[in-house]
Design a protein around this ligand. Sequence first.
Ligand code: BGC
Length: 281
Amino acid sequence: SYFGEQTLEKNYNTPREQAIYPSLAGKRVVVTGGGSGIGAGIVEAFARQGALVTFLDIAEKDSRALAASLAALPAPPAFVPCDLTDLPKVAQTFEIIGPVDILINNAGLQQDAPFQEMSLQQWERVISVNLTGQFLCAREAAREFLRRGVVPEVSRAAGKIICMSSVHEVIPWAGHVNYAASKGGIMQLMKSMAQELAPQKIRVNSIAPGAIQTPINRAAWGTPEALAALLKLIPDGRIGEPDDIARAAVWLASDQSDYITGATIFVDGGMTLYPGFATGG
Ligand code: BGC
């Protein structure tokens, strides 16, 4: 094979490769919304890679439980309570955390309603957490990356930002216009940041998960009927797990993906492949 006698797996993380692409060990990572769901999977995956993870969340109970469950790791993650809609608090939190190498802009929520019944409050809450929250955290991280520049022993990049988007950055979503609008906004926030910051060696990318089994979409998988309906939208035939997203995030945050910027990686089991057309059209 192309890799001779060695398998791909054996080739991965050899000392030679480690010299070219430093691992995530010791990298300072901030994960927003890290207390549950996809965020918690990312916190765990990065901590297991030896990254120094600080995660932010408003849900203190879940977050403290997660931190306690990972406390025995050599590099246990740290939890800092933070409401991303509180600008002074966001700035203060990043100041307390100190230098950052990687930001995982993950925090997000849904407040669903039929369009004609959606309140301004529901609209604003989703936009301010999902979109403005990502802007504020990315701005803090970018300021730090620009101050510091590239440190070759750490990474080829001055810093990396990963935005958690959704298949709903491209799939319209009736009954969820606030959420779909926030994710469509993230697509252009991410691409425009990527374009603006690439000359300074800051990489900005998105991951767009499909249906991942977490509390945010319990209604979509909580009963056998709901799950059966959901699976019709997923060509791969299974609901995703937080670790499906976390593994993509680890790769996208590492120098393995150094030449990728401004990209959205869909991790969705094919949900964006118009599954309704598989048998007709
Ligand atoms: C939403 C989930 C939904 C999934 C696929 C995600 O962005 O948060 O509720 O199951 O998209 O539709």
